[in-house]
Design a protein. Structure first.
Length: 201
């Protein structure tokens, strides 16, 4: 089984890349969805986060207030490190279980916003970086998450930039045109990587 990692900044089009690959029949995993799963009410991860940041993180229904958690950690590097240490451990456990369950598949794709920071890159045979111009990212963040221009800009400023990621990835796919153009470039990049890894294997 070949594991293709998908990374990129917020609003670049990583989730759309997964949809394209899934439509082509490749098993895919979205680590944002895994994150929400491991933080469900009553989970070990949820309990550890409350121990680290206080019980006020819980809403009345027992669910985690993710917006409050984001606000607590966004401008505090030490708290952010604690958050990542707790959540990455539980996310990677779920990723490993998913990879094991799909071991018979020829290839799978895993998308993660913090692929390198979490250590998930070590589980990948090849990595594709999805990039987009800043205006495109800001527009997608505003539409998807309802962020103001200032909040969207602030979020992007806290992430690894594309230049840093590009030298660590095997392919870079730009998402500045139409969906059809993006899909064509993505399929070409992934197809080429799979051919390469097959040759190595």
């Amino acid at each position: 089984m070949k594991v293709i990692g998908i990374c990129g900044g917020s609003g670049s089009g990583k989730t759309e890349a997964l949809r394209i690959l899934a439509a082509d029949g490749m098993p895919t995993l979205n680590c944002d969805a895994v994150s929400r799963q491991v933080m469900q009410p009553g989970s070990v991860c949820c309990r550890e986060l409350c121990e680290a940041f206080g019980p006020e993180l819980l809403r009345e229904d027992g669910s985690l207030d993710r917006r409050r958690l984001f606000a607590l950690t966004f401008n505090d590097p030490e708290k952010l490190q604690t958050l990542n240490r707790i959540t990455h451990f539980h996310i990677l456990r779920q990723v490993d279980a998913w990879l094991e369950a799909h071991r018979s598949s020829p290839a799978v794709a895993v998308e993660a916003p913090l692929l390198f920071e979490s250590g998930l890159d070590k589980r990948c045979d090849a990595i594709v970086l999805i990039t987009a111009d800043r205006a495109g990212k800001l527009a997608r963040l505003a539409e998807r998450d309802g962020l103001s221009a200032d909040d969207a800009s602030l979020r992007l400023s806290r992430q690894l930039d594309d230049a840093y990621l590009a030298v660590r990835c095997d392919r870079v796919v730009e998402n500045n045109g139409s969906l059809a153009q993006f899909a064509e470039k993505l399929r070409e990049a992934v197809g080429g990587l799979l051919a390469q890894t097959e040759g190595k294997g």
